[in-house]
Write a protein that binds this ligand. Sequence first.
Ligand code: RP5
Length: 165
Amino acid sequence: MAKKAAVILGSDSDLETMRPCIRRLRSFGIGTEVRVISAHRTPAAAEAFASAARAEGFGVLIAAAGKAAHLAGVLAAYTTLPVIGVPIKTSMMGGLDSLLSMVQMPKGVPVACVAVDGADNAAILAAQMLALADGALAEQLARFKADMAAEVAAKDQSIRTMEEF
Ligand code: RP5
């Protein structure tokens, strides 16, 4: 059976930023569960979710959090599944605090971190991970890349024939 993806939000205030991630995963037909679990406010739930995730049929976890952003690292501590972190821009530091909290994980507990507010890329990376064991999903990703290339080629053609800028 195809593996599912989990999108874990540190707060419901992260939802608007993460909608493109959830939509992209579902556009690929990936079973996607969305939860609000906080590393600091509900640490026991974070441990329970990550510890059970593999047995529950998940293949990848996506964790979105702002400020101190320990969510991805805490989930990664309790699972051998790949964890993708999405640093959320929530503070006067413009998301740099969240980014560093996810990127600078100590040795042995990696988190794959995308750009600040990089929701769409988190979904695409998650799909690429799941596609390692799913040929149909790999074909969808190949079509997705071909469509992107065609869009850029069309823009290139359009700009080359533009007479006024
Ligand atoms: C983080 O603190 C959450 O992931 C969110 O990005 C930020 C603010 O949370 P709320 O105060 O809006 O619940 O833990």
